[in-house]
Design a protein around this ligand. Structure first.
Ligand code: LER
Ligand code: MN
Length: 267
């Protein structure tokens, strides 16, 4: 298993990002701290110098573990479940741009908060159908790029909150390039037994986020990462473990403590 950390390519209000600001400096820093790769949170790929990002990462054998898309929802309100068809189409088009970016960087695309929040009074079944259709359309665009659905806790989302919800959705879509991203922070809130949930998801897991129970770096809360890592080995997971953590007490300490703690557990 390999270790990466989420950094933002563009200004963002989402808090669980260890680093925002100058990308080249942040990538150099996390390389020096001993990470194997970087996860990029991207609001709009069209505003990025993709060739520059490629030079800083894949061209130097420093992989991009995943492309996060949640900022398109957080900053611009684009979502797969918006009642307005134009907004839903914009969200789909944005994810297609993210898929092109992931193709270029040999990465995968996260479908987390971009699912949106189904509004009070809206028909949940209709919204879930929109989400399913959007996922199907995006996943069909380029079958070489993997999409990962992230179950997110009830305080941030109201569709696909649990791992079981995620498993059902992935199985319903039934495409080999659609899998799951599990996140210890969300699982700590929603799952009765995190280890069992990881086992149930099994080979559907294409990507994995770590944060402790308080969303600080691993070791700062009460998630049992030793058992989590053992379970990931047990199911044969070989992907990235990516730290999506608060920059507390400061970015450098959080990033450094993550490496220190996780390197004892993964090989
Ligand atoms: C949001 O809480 C989160 O975990 C992100 O990875 C979702 O896009
Ligand atoms: Mn996450």
């Amino acid at each position: 298993m390999k270790l990466s950390i989420v950094i933002s390519t563009q200004p963002a209000s989402f808090s669980a990002l260890a680093y925002k600001g100058k990308l080249s400096e942040n990538i150099a820093k996390i390389k020096e701290l001993g990470y194997d790769g970087v996860e990029l949170a991207v609001r709009d790929p069209r505003l990025l110098e993709i060739s520059e990002i490629k030079k800083l990462t894949v061209d130097q054998n420093f992989p991009v573990s995943a492309i996060g898309t949640g900022q398109a929802y957080g900053e611009e309100g684009l979502s797969f479940s918006d009642p307005d068809k134009t907004v839903r189409q914009k969200a789909i088009d944005r994810v297609k741009d993210q898929i092109d970016l992931a193709n270029e960087l040999n990465s995968l695309v996260i479908i987390g908060l971009i699912r949106g929040i189904v509004r009070r009074g809206a028909n949940a079944a209709v919204a879930e159908q929109w989400i399913l259709e959007a996922l199907h359309e995006c996943a069909s665009m380029n079958k070489d790029v993997r999409l990962v659905i992230e179950p997110c806790n009830r305080y941030e989302a109201n569709t696909v909150n649990t791992v079981d919800d995620g498993i059902k959705l992935v199985d319903k879509i039934g495409m080999s390039n659609v899998g799951l991203l599990l996140d210890t922070f969300h699982m700590n809130i929603e799952e009765p037994d995190i280890l069992k949930s990881i086992e149930n998801a099994g080979s559907r897991i294409f990507h994995f986020h770590i944060a402790d129970s308080n969303r600080w770096y691993p070791g700062a809360g009460h998630v049992d990462f030793q058992k989590v890592v053992e379970t990931l080995y047990k199911i044969g997971y070989e992907g990235f473990i990516s730290a999506e953590i608060l920059p507390l007490p400061d970015s450098d300490t959080a990033a450094r403590e993550t490496v220190k703690y996780m390197r004892k557990l993964i090989v």
